[in-house]
Write a protein that binds this ligand. Structure first.
Ligand SMILES: NC(=O)c1ccc[n+]([C@@H]2O[C@H](COP(=O)([O-])OP(=O)(O)OC[C@H]3O[C@@H](n4cnc5c(N)ncnc54)[C@H](OP(=O)(O)O)[C@@H]3O)[C@@H](O)[C@H]2O)c1
Length: 359
């Protein structure tokens, strides 16, 4: 039986060894995955095993008990990283894989102006979606406007990607972030975001930060009205306390909360716990600690070494393990880093590793 890349063949268990031998002889990398009818994502059937074969070496192979005597085989190039995180229903409306992408880094220095290479930035967005990322986070203040514009240009109004943007912060040339939660301003901001994102309704609109000069209820009410009018589908909050979350929930169904949180910084643990209790998505920003995981760095490094993984991958694996409602959005301007981050969804921490990282 010829071994075709990306091909699907039926074979029996007896043929399995021969097949792996055939694949082993190939010089280029392939993944062989068995399932009764293709990959789990393409069919409802279970996946029985995944074989990852490097050049000349079988690096992983197992046929678990329960594998039927006949099954289909599908081949994938080994570099086909895929988002394997489980899913979360955002606002009960959008089912997304929990590992997302943060598009703040696709801008110029200090998150002002365009990036050096806009095409490279769009490549990152396109690659993210290709490998199964289906929630992309941004904000009108990233650039300002630049990150949203690039998402609009690269992804357009795709049905299979949830774009989560934010409003309520102004920028200036000193790269300050200035809260502005005035309802009229938010209404204007949503119109501008709709244009840049090339859509007629925003999937998830997050209030970026409570404005001390505007009653919080007024800002949230504006978003509730925008939702009623259909310009936004779901409302999210960012940089809020549990008390503010509870006040907002009196006004509108809150789909997500986005606060700073990572393995090295648990200051918002109470907000995460509240989200878990209410079944609200918790989007931990700075999931990689923006490069600084503080005192946890050495434990994370230890666990990374045990998995032959990177520090960043373990930081993401921990966030995914820690709660069912986390939706980490690691930010990067590099396709390589993006792929590494998505590959973190393959990592299973042992109980002991999880405890060490958590304590
Ligand atoms: N709501 C808010 O107030 C708020 C505030 C900040 C951020 N955010 C959101 O959170 C998202 C994530 O935050 P963030 O991007 O600032 O921080 P982050 O995801 O914690 O870290 C990003 C940094 O890590 C690097 N990095 C990413 N993947 C890597 C990898 N695999 N190996 C090595 N380095 C890697 C990136 O550099 P490279 O580009 O070189 O990969 C970048 O410097 C943002 O995109 C934004 O959407 C929200």
């Amino acid at each position: 039986m010829p071994v075709d890349r990306m091909g699907v063949r039926s074979l029996s268990c007896e043929r399995f060894q021969t097949l792996t031998d055939e694949v082993r002889d190939r010089t280029d990398d392939v993944i062989v995955q068995q399932s009764p009818g293709g990959r789990a994502r393409l069919s409802d059937g279970p996946v029985y095993a995944t074989l990852i074969l490097g050049p000349g070496t079988l690096t992983r192979a197992a046929l678990p008990s329960g594998t039927p005597r006949s099954f289909a085989v599908r081949y994938f190039p080994v570099n086909m990283v895929e988002n394997r995180s489980d899913t979360f229903d955002v606002g009960g409306e959008f089912t997304v894989r929990r590992l997302g992408f943060g598009a703040m880094r696709l801008t110029g220095e200090d998150i002002i102006g365009p990036p050096d290479d806009e095409e490279a930035a769009k490549d990152v967005l396109e690659r993210a979606v290709d490998i199964g990322v289906d929630i992309v986070d941004t904000a009108d203040s990233y650039g300002p406007g630049v990150s949203e514009r690039l998402i609009g240009e690269a992804l357009g109004d795709r049905d299979d990607v949830v774009v989560a943007t934010k409003g309520g912060l102004l920028r200036n040339a000193d790269s300050d972030w200035l809260p502005h939660g005035d309802p009229d301003y938010l209404r204007n901001a949503v119109l501008a975001s709709l244009d840049r994102l090339r859509t007629d309704t925003i999937d998830l609109y997050q209030h970026h930060r409570p404005d001390p000069d505007t009653p919080f209820e007024d800002s949230v009410t504006a978003l509730a009205e925008l939702k009623d009018e259909g310009q936004i589908r779901q409302v999210g909050l960012s940089n809020v306390s549990v008390e503010q979350l509870d006040r907002a929930r009196e006004i509108v169904d809150v789909a997500t909360v986005q606060n700073e949180y990572n393995v090295g910084n648990r200051e918002n643990e109470d907000v995460l716990q509240a989200c878990q209790e209410y079944d609200i998505g918790f989007i931990p920003y700075f999931p990689l600690g923006a490069g600084d995981l503080g005192e946890k760095e050495s434990v994370v490094d230890d666990v990374a070494a045990a998995h032959d993984a990177t520090t960043q991958q373990i930081a993401l694996a921990w966030l995914l393990e820690h709660s069912d409602v986390t939706l980490p959005i690691p930010g990067t301007s590099s396709v390589d880093h993006l792929e590494q981050n998505v590959a973190a969804t393959e990592i299973d921490l042992t109980d002991e590793q999880y405890e060490r990282l958590t304590e």
